[in-house]
Design a protein around this ligand. Sequence first.
Ligand code: ATR
Length: 277
Amino acid sequence: MKQLYGVIGNPIGHSLSPLMHNDAFSALGIDAHYHAFRIEEEKLADAVSGFQAIEISGFNVTIPHKVAIMNYLDDIDELAKQIGAVNTVVNEGGRLVGYNTDGIGYVRSLQAISKDPLSKKRILLLGAGGACRAIYFSLASVGVTEIDIANRTVSRAAALIEACEHTIRSRALTPEAAAGMQQEYDIIINTTAVGMYPKTEDTPLVIQKLKKDAIVSDIIYNPLQTKLLKDAQRAGAVTQNGIDMFVYQGAMAFELWTKKWPDVERMKQLVIQKLGG
Ligand code: ATR
């Protein structure tokens, strides 16, 4: 019987996940379909019961359900628990188990463009919201030991550092202090929405001088090239846009469901094409 997968969120009409997963299923000859379901917040419990009744094989979870979904699952993976949000659910023999592939997917995409192991890198994170939390804990979980966090509200950065269970060297910085220290970092990652359409002239960090071979990465994908990335490229950095994070979180969910690693380059091209890039 054809297996069913999906994504729940609200709004969900513009989700690129069905395109990406359905193409990967067909490329690997897996008899499955992935559908986008718009679920209102107050209908979340009903939706999960329905999914259990029809024995859905797995689903992704997006805004606004990533935290609330945790109340309806049979088990939650350690990293997802630490992050405090679930974006992927796997039906493991009737038990719904929650994972978070946002941060660890992002880490895998970063590893894919880094010549050396990430554990040796000094990293600066810009922002201290939900996306930053997922990335920070995921970087720590793969053995990165030097990660500073710069945020407009410094206390939020300090709270994230406080909450991290791993022993790492981290400082909570003001954006101004981080800008003055930018040359110290091997990797700089923007996790804020600063620079996103329509305010594309904004940047979370004024680039002055970067370390040789620095990587500058932005989780934004609209526009594909933010001002931060354009400036960083001009300063000689290797850059990465938010498509990679989106594609790799999807690829890791796909792997949890099917035990198969999809063709991420093919996924990436599909998404870029759809976004008109
Ligand atoms: P998400 O879950 O997408 O990470 P969030 O939790 O609202 O969203 O976090 C947004 C992040 O972007 C925060 O770090 C926020 O800074 P504050 O903690 O000071 O609010 C940052 N951010 C949003 N708009 C910003 C702006 N205009 N300038 C600087 N930082 C901004």
